[in-house]
Ligand binder design. Structure first.
Ligand code: HAM
Length: 420
């Protein structure tokens, strides 16, 4: 029997690459954590209905991309395709919005699942870090989130990330725009499925990637020209604050995003080194989502940044993150007595906070020293019978090759000193 492979559209994270992913997750989350966002975790699955109502019945995410299952108890569940709806559901369920301290600011990190056609940068299992600010309508909050994301990319050293922004209007001005867009789209030469889409979700047609469609959209009405005064002012203030913070952006009047809950501010971070899956992150305001899933009116805004694509962006720019070594010191015992002494030393070092590893499996000296080098450790701790007879072990600097004796009962103190 051949060995099992990971399911199509997925990949495994293993050392050393996995260390980069961890570092990217941390770097993306750090600015949000510094801005008062609290960590949240929700289940990997939810009721299907939560997503169909929240993300939208007519979106690709709900109609084509959800992994659904029926439990033995008869519940219809879906693996989460995104995080916003679940996080809002959790906040509502715990009544966080009634704490009298709005907005409720939450951040999260985890796995998401979409049954998409796999290609470079597009997977069926992927990883996002997200942030949501629930229960406040304030352009400064939209600006805050966008600045935090921009700062996260800069902190990683990325220079090729561009920010696209748009406003999708609100329940006052969107309906008239929608009708105007429908009028325009009905006059075009489009296939059956796209014609149906005009009636259900015309804004999504603007997002059609096919050139034959895009060509016909050149003169389509733009939401920007239909915004009501409050939406226009709101948008202006968000932009002014971004400019004030030195965050560059480009207007993208066609940016509609793939999820139905957006109102007003929407944005996407794209990287030109990634081919067709260029969005490294995205988000926006979702003032009506809470009501759509049975909650009170809670205007909110958030984003999710794709960890997989951020790692691809780093590679595209040739950026190597400087990661601390996972092992500081590596123990190489020669003989049984040395095994006992050095195993004890490694345990003591670890308890003292030093990252230490040990040559397991009874390796010979040459092999063990190779492992020590590969571990990235600065020092090796080597001991044979003759050393132990003198009550010492040898501490070897793996960069310079210098080596000297250390008394067995002074190993922890000496190693900590040398590492400091
Ligand atoms: P989204 O644009 O669907 O938004 O996903 C956010 C990011 O997740 C994308 O920009 C991309 O980097 C990554 N991503 C999405 N699908 C895939 C995939 N199949 N493979 C690899 N990476 C992927 C949301 O999910 C919203 N919940 C964002 C949000 C938060 N809006 C408001 N709050």
């Amino acid at each position: 029997m051949s060995t099992f492979q990971a399911p199509k559209g997925t990949y495994d994270l293993l050392p050393p690459d996995s260390a980069v992913y961890l570092a990217v997750r941390e770097a993306i989350a750090a600015p949000a954590r510094r801005a008062g966002y609290g960590y949240t975790e929700t289940p990997g699955f939810e009721k299907v209905e939560l997503f169909s109502r929240g993300v939208g019945e007519s979106t690709d995410v709900v109609t084509k991309e959800m992994y659904t299952l029926t439990t033995r108890g008869g519940d219809e569940l879906a693996l989460r395709p995104e995080g916003t709806v679940s996080v809002l559901r959790a906040a509502l369920q715990a009544n966080l919005h009634k704490s009298g301290n709005l907005p409720v600011k939450l951040w999260y990190s985890g796995s998401y699942y979409r049954y998409e056609r796999p290609q470079a940068g597009r997977y069926r299992h992927f990883s996002q870090v997200g942030a949501e600010a629930i229960g406040a309508e304030d352009p400064a909050l939209d600006a805050e989130l966008i600045i935090l994301a921009a700062d996260a990319y800069s902190a990683l050293g990325l220079t090729g990330v561009r920010l696209l922004i748009n406003s999708l209007g609100d329940r006052e001005c969107r309906p008239a725009y929608r009708a105007a867009l429908q009028d325009y789209l009905r006059g075009l030469d489009l296939d059956e499925e796209t014609r149906r889409r005009i009636e259900i979700n015309p804004l999504r047609v603007l997002d059609d990637k096919r050139e034959s469609v895009q060509k016909q959209l050149a003169d389509a009405p733009l939401i920007r020209d239909h915004l009501c005064e409050p939406c226009r002012l709101y948008d202006e203030q968000v932009r002014a604050m971004l400019t004030g913070a030195g965050v560059n952006f480009t207007d993208d009047p066609r940016l509609v995003r793939g999820l139905d809950y957006y109102t007003r501010t929407t944005f996407e971070f794209v990287h030109d080194g990634l081919g067709s899956q260029s969005a490294v992150g995205g988000g926006g305001r979702y003032d009506g989502l809470s009501e759509m899933i049975g909650g009170p009116s809670l205007p909110s805004v958030g984003w999710a940044l794709g960890v997989d694509r951020t790692v691809l962006a780093l590679r595209a720019e040739g950026i190597e993150l400087v990661l601390p070594p996972t092992t500081d010191i590596y123990a190489v015992p020669l003989g049984d007595q040395a095994r006992e002494v050095l195993f004890g030393a490694v345990t003591a070092l670890r308890r003292a906070g030093v990252a230490a590893d040990f040559a397991f499996g009874g390796k010979g000296m040459k092999n063990a020293m190779k492992s020590a080098d590969r571990s990235g450790a600065r020092f090796a701790l080597v001991a044979g019978e003759r050393d132990l007879a003198e009550g010492v072990v040898q501490l070897k600097d793996l960069a310079t090759g210098e080596q000297g004796p250390v008394a067995v009962d002074e190993i922890v103190v000496t190693v900590k000193e040398r590492l400091a």
